[in-house]
Design a protein around this ligand. Structure first.
Ligand SMILES: Nc1ncnc2c1ncn2[C@@H]1O[C@H](COP(=O)(O)OP(=O)(O)OP(=O)(O)O)[C@@H](O)[C@H]1O
Ligand SMILES: [Mg+2]
Length: 393
């Protein structure tokens, strides 16, 4: 058995979440890339290496899986600052966009470069071997796109070359996959609810229930229907409606009303979710409430999300519970709960910890791929033992 490292990667429209090895490292990278049209200025190596690699992912990617081979990209935080950056279009197919692969390869290469002692390294080239668990929206799996996506990944070596990147400048990483599993997103969330990191069932009550899982992300919302421990493909629905647009609206209004320029949507999230002094900003040194703006915009979105829930519950009347997951659910939690109390009173549940909500999918892929890898290992061991036994006879 080759020493391949486990990687569980959720390429979300808003950000990529990755979990690696024996849960030893994690990466969260905004899903933003920019084609490099002019050279990134060379930064003195001492200056550069003081920076965080996550703030300077600058790479060239060679891979037959890409439509645009050998292009140079800025990825994540560095791309955000670029004026030609692209985010995924909610109508597009994840499995068919170069952007998905560029993000995936960038995160794997970064992990490999940080953990280079685990792999063979000749000069500046790291030979990285991974067992990958990842996912695609249910809609794409239904269309059978997972098959092509998997074989694109498995079929070749993908090379990431770090250009002007802190600590990894000049490093090349050859990424090879020992195995790739592509799970449907809704199913994965269910697995995370009922299985622990060692592949044991943890939630016996839940496992045979009919449940809905409403995943409110940055740009999209997916509702999965679970019955008989399986996702019901035909019933699942996806909508191009996430929380990013509302966060952007809040930012706009704060700018036009108070002249305060917030750097990013993340700053808005911080203001509306912080424990102390929630929904307040400082304007010229005075504590100022933005409650009215935030409530008005988020109630609007919560109502739309609630309508989707109601619609799904009508079509699946024997549903016992609906779980809300994804970053959008953390932001909308109180609004949706209030609506539900005043309206239909469905049995719904949220996750206390916003990280649990956001990392739900990546955690699920981890559990699934770790379980697969463990079983594979056991089988391999069994065969080896049998061989040994046969020799001694
Ligand atoms: N604690 C938090 N940290 C980061 N983002 C948060 C947090 N809480 C809420 N958010 C918001 O949640 C959204 C991201 O949600 P999530 O990570 O679930 O989306 P995604 O999976 O990347 O996107 P999609 O599901 O559309 O593919 C962002 O708009 C972000 O601003
Ligand atoms: Mg998501």
């Amino acid at each position: 058995m080759t020493n391949s490292r486990i990687a569980a990667i959720d390429v979300g429209n808003d950000s990529l979440k990755g979990i690696f090895g024996k849960l030893d490292s994690e990466l969260n990278i905004p899903n933003v890339i920019a084609r490099d049209i002019e050279d990134r200025p060379i930064i003195g190596i001492e200056e550069l290496d003081k920076q965080d690699p996550l703030d300077g992912i600058h790479i060239r990617v060679h891979s037959p899986a890409l439509q645009d081979n050998n292009a140079i990209y800025r990825v994540g935080n560095l791309a955000t600052k670029s004026n030609n950056s692209t985010e995924l279009d909610p109508g597009s197919s994840k499995s068919e966009e170069d952007q998905t692969l560029v993000m995936l390869f960038a995160s794997l290469a970064l992990d490999a470069a940080e953990q280079d002692s685990l792999f063979k390294k000749n000069n500046n080239v790291i030979e990285a071997n991974y067992t990958l668990g990842t996912g695609l929206p249910l809609r794409e799996v239904k269309e059978g796109k997972d098959v092509g996506y998997r074989s694109k990944l498995l079929g070749s070596v993908h090379q990431v070359e770090f250009l002007v990147t802190p600590r990894h400048q000049g490093i090349k990483v050859n990424i090879k996959f020992e195995e790739v599993k592509v799970y449907p997103e809704g199913f994965a969330a269910f697995i995370n609810l009922v299985m622990d990191n060692n592949g044991n069932i943890i939630n016996k009550d839940l496992i045979d229930k009919r449940i809905l899982i409403q995943d409110i992300g940055g740009l999209s919302t997916d509702i999965a229907v679970i019955k008989n421990r399986k996702v019901d493909d035909d019933k699942a629905q996806g909508f191009n409606l996430g929380v990013s647009e509302s966060l952007e609206l809040i930012r706009e209004e704060i700018r036009s009303k108070y002249g305060i320029e917030l750097d990013s949507r993340r700053d808005v999230v911080e203001i509306i979710t912080k424990k102390n002094d929630r929904n307040h900003i400082m304007v010229k040194g005075s504590r100022t409430s933005v409650h009215e703006i935030v409530d008005r915009i988020l109630v609007e979105l919560a109502k739309k999300q609630y309508r989707h829930l109601r619609n799904m519950w009508q079509k699946n009347s024997q549903t016992e519970i609906c779980y809300f997951i994804g970053g959008g659910s953390s932001v909308l939690k109180e609004y949706i709960k209030t609506l539900n109390n005043n309206l239909d009173g469905y049995n719904i549940d949220f996750f206390e910890d916003e990280n649990e909500s956001i990392w739900m999918m990546a955690n699920a892929y981890y559990k699934l791929i770790a379980d697969f890898s463990r079983k594979n290992q056991q089988q391999y061991q069994k065969k080896e033992d049998e061989k040994k036994l046969a020799k001694t006879k």
